[in-house]
Design a protein around this ligand. Structure first.
Ligand code: AMP
Length: 140
């Protein structure tokens, strides 16, 4: 599958579209999901242009998991999450809606994921409050 340079996460990476940023390093970016499945639902993406796991380099995959671990720890500390669910979809057939590799980092339980994903837009101010708590916990 060829990579679509105009997908929404590519635009976020280029700074053409805003996001509620949680963390950034040389290889990854983490930000709040705008249609969260639980409070604090975050996304981790690589800076590498890859649509699915199968195009992602080993280095980028490692960098993503490092960032996932940071975000998950911060959700536990900052939001009091008892559990953290990771979800990662590859290809439209799997339900992937944004064609840039991403890992969902979802504080809570698999039981919280009953409603379909990417359907309900969250209140931006509320997302920002949750993001601030995660960012503060990242700094601890
Ligand atoms: P997937 O269906 O696994 O490709 O997930 C894509 C995720 O991206 C969904 O959970 C959407 O809510 C989320 N999403 C779509 N557009 C944006 C955006 N502009 N900023 C943050 N999250 C987004």
């Amino acid at each position: 599958m060829s990579y679509d340079q105009n997908n929404i996460f590519a635009k976020i990476l280029r700074g053409e579209i805003p996001c509620i940023k949680l963390y950034e390093d040389a290889h990854t970016l983490a930000f709040m999901d705008i249609m969260p499945q639980t409070q604090g639902h975050a996304l981790v993406i690589p800076k590498q242009a890859a649509t699915t796991l199968f195009e992602l380099s080993d280095e980028a995959a490692t960098a993503c998991m490092r960032t996932v671990r940071k975000i998950g720890e911060a959700q536990k500390k900052g939001l009091g999450a008892q559990g953290v669910v990771l979800m990662q979809l590859n290809g439209e057939a799997a339900g992937q809606t944004v064609p840039h590799f991403h890992i969902h980092v979802i504080p809570g339980s698999i039981a919280d994921l009953r409603r379909p994903h990417a359907t309900h837009m969250a209140d931006q101010a509320q997302l920002k409050v949750l993001a601030d708590r995660i960012v503060d916990a990242l700094a601890d």
